[in-house]
Design a protein around this ligand. Structure first.
Ligand code: HEM
Ligand code: NAG
Ligand code: NAG
Ligand code: NAG
Length: 349
């Protein structure tokens, strides 16, 4: 069931690709171009045009993290919200223009998606070093890997070479997976972008760090107070955890108050997301569904069990699934895309 690991650090990825320029082509291909991926993206895409791109982004992220411990989680989420809408093309980053509302204003992003100034800072640093070379879509892919790695998670070879879109898709952004979705809906939203049950469970492990607002647990179906109109809390929610969340998220309280998605290790990338779900301490309905839905038996529940039991298995699967997610409809046709100089707007024609 498990796909093979691509746990190669990005520096290894780059030196492996450098070697590929010589003779070790087969080895590098195994490391950096997993079978089945479309060959447009590559680990060494900026090797000659912006060799320090990875390190430049890393420096900006390390700096940002000094005043914002949440930033790594926020940046991982941006790559997910970019890739699921129109493919990984930086469409999420565009501001609204007349006739084309920004994806940032769609329900799953408004008042929730964050980290955009850090993306802009990375872009500015890259423009200073190699003007017009590194796409905003690739910045999100690189930032996601660095964020996971610096939080204690796996490393992988980030495939690069995406172009940025000239359009955003507000309606598409409204169809992003929702915290209220049941397992069947989550599976179909992932299947629609060629991701399977292993990808769904592994990528949901992104909720091992970061924060979530009270409104995502108290709005319908209201897991804390009146689950789907039953007058009772969600029966798949551990009662002690429910009481804790009820203190943090009282009726008529601040719907924007923040909670740790993983209260055991809030800022560390580890397998505790799955250990929490095993004891009915998933925060979102969509988290607990992976284990507790009747439809999870024989599908996603065994994968949750596996990752709860083995951090190595989780890390290997997460790395592969991030590559799979990064391969959603990569925009590589120069007649369709461009390298934006400002991630917030398309280049002047
Ligand atoms: C499976 C469907 C998913 C749903 C329904 C979902 C939903 C959510 C929601 C509602 C939040 C809280 C946002 C807020 O309170 O402002 C959140 C946060 C987060 N999500 Fe997901 N998510 C899903 C999948 C993913 C995936 C695939 C990733 C990345 C691989 C991811 C990474 C994150 C991270 C890191 C945070 C914390 C962000 C922060 O602290 O700024 N999520 N998600
Ligand atoms: C999941 O949700 C969809 C949409 O609300 C609904 O049509 C479907 O019946 C639900 N499936 C299950 C198994 O609950
Ligand atoms: C729970 O929700 C249902 C349906 O919306 C409503 O009729 C009922 O009064 C609510 N119960 C409580 C205790 O709020
Ligand atoms: C609600 O919580 C958010 C997040 O902690 C905070 O920024 C905001 O000021 C709070 N609002 C009120 C009215 O307390």
């Amino acid at each position: 069931m498990m796909t093979s690991s691509s746990s190669v650090s990005s520096s290894t990825c780059r030196s492996a690709m450098r070697a590929a320029a010589g003779v070790v082509l087969v080895v590098a291909a195994a490391l950096c171009l997993p079978a089945g991926t479309r060959a447009q993206l590559s680990g060494d895409y900026y090797e000659s045009t912006c060799p320090d791109a990875y390190d430049i982004v890393k420096q900006v992220l390390v700096q940002a993290h000094q005043s914002d411990t949440r930033i790594f989680a926020s940046l991982l989420r941006l790559h997910f919200h970019d890739c699921f809408v129109q493919g990984c093309d930086g469409s999420l980053l565009l501001d609204s223009v007349p006739g084309m509302p920004s994806e940032k204003t769609a329900a799953p992003n408004a008042g929730s998606a964050r980290g955009f100034p850090v993306v802009d800072a990375a872009k500015a640093a890259l423009e200073a070093a190699c003007p017009g070379v590194v796409s905003c879509a690739d910045i999100l892919a690189i930032a996601a890997e660095i964020s996971v790695e610096l939080s204690g998670g796996p490393t992988w070879c980030v495939l690069l070479g995406r172009l940025d879109s000239k359009t955003s898709d507000f309606n598409g952004a409204n169809l992003l997976p929702a915290p209220t979705d049941n397992l069947t809906v989550l599976q179909s939203k992932f299947n629609a972008v060629n991701l399977n049950d292993v990808d769904l469970v592994a990528l949901s492990g992104g909720h091992t760090f970061g924060r979530a607002q009270c409104r995502f647990v108290t709005s319908l179906p209201d897991r804390l107070y009146n689950f789907s109109g039953t007058g009772q809390p969600d029966p798949t929610l551990d009662s002690a955890y429910r009481d804790l969340l009820a203190q943090r998220c009282p009726v008529n309280g601040n719907a924007s108050a923040l909670n740790d998605l993983d209260p055991t290790t809030p800022d560390t990338f580890d397998k505790n997301y799955y250990s929490n779900i095993e004891v009915n301490r998933g925060f979102l309905n969509s988290d607990q569904e992976l284990k507790s839905s009747p439809e999870a038996q024989g599908t996603t529940a065994p994968i949750v069990d596996q990752f709860a039991g083995s951090q190595d298995d989780f890390f290997a699967a997460f790395a592969q699934s991030m590559i799979n997610m990064g391969n959603i409809k990569p925009l590589t046709d120069p007649s369709q895309g461009e390298v934006r100089t400002d991630c917030k707007r398309v280049n002047a024609s």
